[in-house]
Design a protein around this ligand. Structure first.
Ligand SMILES: [Zn+2]
Length: 131
């Protein structure tokens, strides 16, 4: 059992979009900025017309780390955590665990696609190598 995020008005779309298989990113309608972590007010122009919309759910590994420390009793190690530049959301990077891959084989620039794992009312994002 992983620790789960607390759902708020700001982050609800991000953490529940996985129910529909959608990676939801907040965008400002005034200046088009992609905003992550999600906020109700745009940090760039202070506009309040921020709404989430689905992106493709693909991207490229910006950086990653391989974790060998079992921080939680139920945590299987080793695993890779990747920070991925999101296609269609300039400047947005989403950090998540990599699945369906040898942790030692993850590389910077590697193409990834989103997957989700439901836990209670949250759909945790995961990265898997693109096929
Ligand atoms: Zn804005």
């Amino acid at each position: 059992m992983r620790p789960l995020p607390e759902l708020t008005d700001e982050n609800h779309a991000f953490w529940t979009g996985g129910e529909r298989g959608e990676l939801m990113i907040a965008f400002c309608k005034d200046c088009a900025a992609a905003i992550h972590p999600p906020q109700l007010v745009c940090p760039r122009c202070l506009g309040e017309s921020v709404t989430p919309r689905p992106v493709t759910g693909t991207g490229a590994v910006y950086t990653f780390t391989v974790n060998h420390q079992p921080w939680h009793p139920d945590m299987a190690v080793p695993f890779a955590l990747a920070v991925v530049d999101i296609d269609g959301a300039p400047g947005v990077r989403v950090t998540a665990q990599v699945i369906d891959a040898d942790p030692e084989a993850v590389r910077i620039g590697q193409r990834m696609e989103i997957a989700f794992e439901q836990s209670d009312d949250v759909w945790l994002p995961l990265w898997r190598p693109s096929r």
